[in-house]
Design a protein around this ligand. Structure first.
Ligand code: HEM
Length: 237
């Protein structure tokens, strides 16, 4: 029998993509039962928080001025004068805190359940880089408000980065824009915070998720081992 072609609209003709297949690929994967436990799917929370941070950060960037004489005032202006500025700042701040906490919990879960093992080394290494980048995002963001605390955080952070073997002095000079914290430092921190780190994080999150999808999520290793041990002690082998 001849196949009846479905009537297609302008979008389907202009963008000949099989949306059903895309949807199936994106959300149709059948997951094992243990993924219903919240601590097994914590990785999604930092991904959502990242999206929130990009959205709210773009809006904050309209008003923030990365200059030592103006940074603090511009933040106060966002909080006190801009309509819903206080709300935007709170979303950005809380989103950042939740991202740092949940990405750490996610890493602990992956470690505790042994989900980093072969063949998931690339997942683990990309995850470790994501952890570093997330901390970098938090640290540079904290410094942007340019209070006394931010200033000393910058001093300590660049000092720690400077102690990295071989490339340490290059990294600290790159971050500070010279040999010491000066007028260029805040501008550099802003570029690192609002452009370099978000782009790197975005690319790495996509890579991380592609690698996870290629492998599928790990088995419930901890539970399985317990079952095997129980089985062995009952002499089931
Ligand atoms: C922005 C940061 C991160 C995002 C958005 C992210 C996202 C995800 C997502 C969505 C999953 C699927 C399962 C789950 O939700 O647990 C996952 C799994 C995984 N993640 Fe992450 N992750 C991040 C950071 C990390 C870190 C810091 C590590 C470790 C150092 C890591 C290592 C892994 C590994 C090994 C898996 C596979 C786990 C399994 O198969 O059960 N990830 N990640």
């Amino acid at each position: 029998m001849e196949e009846v072609k479905k009537e297609t609209g302008w979008i389907d003709k202009s963008l000949p993509v099989d949306w059903g297949k895309v949807k199936e690929e994106a959300i149709g994967e059948i997951l094992p039962q243990h993924m219903k436990l919240w601590w097994y799917c914590l990785g999604g929370v930092p991904a959502l928080m990242f999206m929130l941070l990009v959205g709210t950060g773009m809006l904050l960037a309209f008003y923030y001025v990365p200059h030592p004489d103006k940074a603090y005032e511009s933040v106060a202006h966002i909080t006190n004068d801009i309509p819903y500025g206080w709300w935007l700042r709170s979303l950005h701040r809380w989103g950042a805190e939740i991202m740092v906490v949940t990405v750490s919990l996610h890493a602990i879960r992956v470690f505790a359940t042994g989900a980093y093992r072969h063949p998931r080394e690339v997942c683990w290494i990309s995850g470790a880089l994501l952890l570093l980048l997330t901390f970098g995002l938090g640290f540079t963001g904290y410094s942007l408000v340019y209070t006394q605390q931010s200033y000393w955080a910058m001093t300590i952070g660049t000092g720690i980065a400077g102690k990295t073997p071989i490339i340490g002095s290059f990294i600290s000079r790159f971050m500070m824009g010279g040999e010491a914290i000066g007028p260029d430092t805040l501008n550099r921190f802003f570029i690192i915070h609002a452009a370099i780190l978000p782009v790197l994080l975005f690319l790495l999150i996509i890579f991380h998720i592609i690698v996870i999808r290629l492998h599928g999520v790990a088995e419930h290793v901890v539970g399985m081992q317990r079952e095997i041990v129980r089985g062995l002690s009952r002499g089931d082998e």
